[in-house]
Design a protein around this ligand. Sequence first.
Ligand code: FAD
Length: 640
Amino acid sequence: MIGELDARIPEGPLADKWDNHRFHEKLVAPANRRRFDVIVVGTGLAGAAAAATLGELGYRVKVFTFHDSPRRAHSIAAQGGINAAKNYKNDGDSIDRLFYDTIKGGDYRSREANVYRLAQISVEIIDQCVAQGVPFAREYGGLLDTRSFGGAQVSRTFYARGQTGQQLLLGAYQALERQVHLGTVEMHPRVELLDVVLKDGRAAGIVTRDLVTGEMRSHSAHAVVLATGGYGNAFYLSTNAKNSNVTAIWRAHRRGALMANPCFTQIHPTCIPASDDFQSKLTLMSESLRNDGRIWVPKQMDDPRSPDQIPESERDYFLERRYPAFGNLVPRDVASRAAKREVDSGRGVGPLKNGVYLDFSDAAGRLGHDSIEERYGNLFQMYDRITGEDPYTVPMRIYPAVHYTMGGLWVDYNLMSNVPGLYVLGEANFSDHGANRLGASALMQGLADGYFVLPNTITDYLAGLLGDPPVPTSDPAFAAVESEVDERVRALLAVNGSRTVDWFHRELGKVLWDNCGMERSADSLKKALGEIPPLRAEFHADVRVLGENETFNQSLEKAGRVADFLEFSELMCLDALHREESCGGHFRVEHQTEEGEALRDDDNFSYVAAWEFTGVDEKPALHKELLDFEAVELAQRSYK
Ligand SMILES: Cc1cc2nc3c(=O)[nH]c(=O)nc-3n(C[C@H](O)[C@H](O)[C@H](O)COP(=O)(O)OP(=O)(O)OC[C@H]3O[C@@H](n4cnc5c(N)ncnc54)[C@H](O)[C@@H]3O)c2cc1C
């Protein structure tokens, strides 16, 4: 351990910190804002919200995305909803309760001040999105409707059918395009960030590759904002969009930004089970389905009967049995482990015996087919298309899969990394979710970061640069990074080996899932750490990247991303090995309660682990941010 990190948490009572902070920070006057350039990488909810808001405020913004349209960002896939402490249902919700649920849900490994701010801002997000015209579901009387998500006993999740992310992203996208039209935002689609440029220790800009022409270019600005999403695809199979990757934050890490809690991965309990070894993608079935669906397995091992032939008395509704207070809506980490245990014990269902049932027959009887269709119609249709089974008549089969990454670049209260001028938003930062994210809180965090936090905090940094032009791209700092990037790309093309990029990615995914997945142990992690470096070496010696740089070349794009996954995943395993406790999604088999729940070690691990890059094949240096809890008392999580 080489240093203790200062998150620059404002003074004062928890509920006043955000207000106090905004009052004490330096501002940039409206007439001066057009003198500042800001680069935003990513047009998901976090990036689009940030860029649109900064543009609206009058800054000169340049936005980058590797997609052909900002609307294609992975955020569009979000199904279930977004949390907010509006208490429209009058069922006991409040900012304090959302704060508490989130801290507890994250197994007490998140920063209190950030989570409290998130709960405060949650209510403003809904107002902002409604004003944009986001068509949230409404009740008969016109009030916005809500439903329940895991880890909460109130109903605080706002939704737009099973397409909440899409509708929210369309809202942010419209706001963004308005700024493009007004000339405050310059949009760069189909352009990929391949490196970050620092000058005198500060973020000065980025180096990109045009995905259509292969052209390398430097872009400079007063500040750089990364909103580049999560890295769940390190596991190859995940619910993430196929393009999601770690490159932007890994490249920033290699330039000095600390990587925090990289081993905190979320496994989502309700995904469609894999159907064969060659599958390249897993599909999520939204957590909202657990509002009405009941999860069960046959009590008998290897039961050959179809579900309709298994009487009630021979079914085990294992979540309702083990966690009566929260039932099927226990948090994701708890539900996933419970499902795995049932499958491992031989009670799995389906052709490969790799699933558990999610059954809507009770709800259909109680509410009727039409209500179920109204709530979940598009999800049922998706399931039917993928499996060929009709969930209105046959229970869905589900199994846990990699879904979200709580780890990411370390940021302070202002969302600035340890590199001055480099900000990180949304899933790309190490986030407010501790060791386990509660459902419907990623959209909340991404939009809080983009619409409300960054626009208020970036001023403190920019104000100090008033009158200074951005570092010109003619500066040798840019030339040096450009030539490194160029060399990296050419080296990948030059290998001309015998195996595809996908082959290496799949192999890496297997190593990670088997050894650093839902369960980890010192032995399994050491095994992974022994296997990843030779796989990486083999990649650089034997990968076959087809085509050239100067054309549209998806094989080359993937190769760069997999090369970065091969470096990053070693850090993920190292972090998991060093954290000798279980918390949230990080389940070390050596550390569990008698009932098989995660067993934390607060005395020794109540900190954020932030790693400093010291070289490939070198041991990274550990920095710690100690977590102080003033408002909540640390306790063993219980959902009974
Ligand atoms: C299937 C699914 C359903 C989900 N449902 C919900 C839900 O109901 N509620 C909820 O709260 N959360 C949900 N989540 C999680 C949530 O969707 C994500 O955490 C969130 O949308 C991430 O937003 P983001 O803006 O941080 O990143 P993303 O939406 O992933 O956007 C990343 C952006 O960065 C760009 N980018 C990345 N790298 C580069 C690069 N090197 N160069 C240029 N551009 C780059 C991409 O082009 C993209 O525009 C779900 C996740 C999945 C997978």
